[in-house]
Design a protein around this ligand. Structure first.
Ligand code: NBP
Length: 485
């Protein structure tokens, strides 16, 4: 049923921005029995949604922001699903001018969390609630149940929570939606989620590369391996769709589609934001950073063409593995171990962000709501949930018994994969940097002692000693005796 907005204020939620994500989430609300007010800058999208999917539920068609706001029950709840950035600011301004204290504006776009912090403070000063909500799951998730990460004031969650939870994905009867924390917490967590997604995809890509170039398998054979893996500990949405993508044939050429797609990956920015934020917080998210850089390298088409034209030397290459079954198992173990490292680093970043902004983030809650709906949904998230429920103060996910044992069981495989890839000249930045991170974590003595010596030499930056407390400086340009700083 669809009515024009001239009727009374009866919608429980309004959605403005009816492109792919907004229209699908509006339909999701309607399918769950909520009356949804619809608005889009250009009315054509509103009409198209009603024409194609008006039967999904109870929609209120509106053209102007004033009509839109007037169609909503109080406290009014409006979900913004427009292109993140300046558009979000202008839509917020229009809405805020038409809304009243106590009303709730939700930004479901991929906003930068620092923008969300700024917007929340500005709207709070005007008596409005602002909820930055990370929404993951792409268009399919938006329609059938996404993972939702709402931040903002706790009290707005009381009125908003049940509505959002009703449309979120459900796993074992638990909605993939919970209040994350104040102001920018939801968008911060969504950003790190996307960073982890980058890392996960990069690792899968490296596994595929090894199957193709070290074992000489074709796309269909590799699809079979991923499909098989999807029945074990690696079971996840990303592994599942990897098999599907690899199995897809190109209608025009009859080749595997993956073999006719240009090998230059694009990005929209959340991976880059994650790495920038990690640099500011001082958290080594090497898995995510390598994934972002690998996409950048793949996209450096002119440089790559120039390097290939010059035929850069590969050096002496090693032999390809002869035991395909063993090497397949090695790749599986390397992928799993590297994945654990990438998630451990992502959760470290979440802990650091939580401390920096006083968000009191609960890692077990995040693992819980990422089990369904979102792109990184996986059986693996249950293990993370269990690990943090057992010990909320885990120094690193790697040290939780299950993850530690999983890595230790596959450590030799992991090393073999990195060594073999190196000897075959196959780039594995994700596998290799994750292994280096792991080795760095367990190392008794890192070369940072030398770094400190150098820093003290050129900049009198001082150092600590292993044998007594305090800060020290060596008089490098004097008699080289040591003084207490
Ligand atoms: P887009 O990001 O492509 O944005 C298109 C929408 O923004 C249209 O409704 C458009 O209105 C509106 N818009 C623009 Br552009 N500028 C505007 C302005 N100045 N004032 C008002 N409206 C404006 O849509 P999307 O792909 O559906 O994504 C929506 C949000 O969800 C984004 O923030 C995105 O990052 C996030 N997100 C997307 C995905 C995904 O898988 N696509 C997943 C998770 C989150 P018009 O019709 O009048 O041009």
């Amino acid at each position: 049923m669809t009515e024009n907005s001239s009727t009374t204020a009866r919608a429980q939620i309004g959605v403005t921005g009816l492109a792919v994500m907004g229209s699908n989430i509006a339909r999701n609300f309607a399918r769950h029995g909520h009356t949804v007010a619809l608005h889009n800058r250009s009315v054509a999208k509103t009409d198209a949604l009603i024409a194609e999917h008006g039967g999904d539920g109870d929609f209120v068609r509106t053209e102007t922001v004033e009509e839109f706001v007037a169609a909503l029950q109080k406290p009014r709840r409006v979900l913004i699903m427009v292109k993140a950035g300046d558009a979000t600011d202008s839509v917020i301004e229009e809405l805020a001018s038409a809304m009243e204290p106590g009303d709730i504006i939700i930004d479901g776009g991929n906003a930068l969390y620092t923008d969300t912090i700024r917007r929340e403070a500005a709207l709070r000063a005007r008596g409005l609630h602002f909820v930055g909500a990370g929404i993951s799951g792409g268009e399919e998730g938006a329609l059938n149940g996404p993972s939702i990460m709402p931040g903002g004031p706790k009290e707005s969650y009381e009125s908003l929570g049940p509505l959002l939870e009703s449309v979120a994905a459900q796993v074992d009867g638990t909605p993939c939606c919970t209040h994350i924390g104040p102001d920018g917490a939801g968008h911060f967590v969504k950003m790190v989620h996307n960073g982890i997604e980058y890392a996960d995809m990069q690792l899968i890509g490296e596994a595929y590369h090894l199957f193709r170039d070290a074992l000489g398998l074709d796309a269909g054979q590799i699809a079979d391996v991923f499909a098989e893996w999807n029945t074990g500990t690696l079971e996840s949405y990303l592994i599942e769709i990897t098999a599907e993508v690899l199995r897809q044939k190109d209608a025009a050429t009859g080749q595997a589609l993956v073999d006719v797609i240009v090998d230059a990956a694009e990005q929209k920015g959340t991976g880059r934001w994650t790495v920038k934020s990690a640099l500011d917080l001082g958290v080594p998210v090497t898995g995510i950073a390598e994934a972002v850089f690998a996409r950048a390298l793949s996209g450096s088409r002119a440089q790559r063409a120039a390097a290939q034209a010059q035929g850069l030397a590969a050096g002496t290459l090693g032999d390809k593995p002869t035991d395909a079954a063993q090497f397949t198992e090695d790749i599986r173990a390397a992928l799993y171990a590297s994945k654990i490292v990438a998630y451990a680093q992502g959760f470290d970043q979440i802990a650091a962000g939580s401390a920096e902004y006083n968000w009191d983030l609960k890692p077990a809650d995040l693992a819980t709501i990422w089990r369904g709906g979102c792109i990184i949904r996986a059986q693996f998230l249950n293990r993370i949930k269990d690990a943090y429920e057992e010990n909320p103060d885990l120094p690193s996910l790697i040290l939780a018994p299950y993850f530690r044992e999983s890595i230790e069981a596959g450590i030799d495989s992991w090393r073999r994969v990195v060594a073999t890839a190196t000897m075959l000249g196959i780039p594995v930045p994700g596998f290799a940097s994750s292994l280096s991170y792991y080795d760095g974590l367990r190392a008794e003595r890192l070369p940072a002692a030398l770094t400190q010596g150098q820093r003290d030499f050129f900049g009198a930056h001082t150092y600590e000693r292993t044998d007594r407390p305090g800060k020290f400086h060596t008089l490098w340009s004097g008699d080289r005796s040591e003084v207490q700083a």
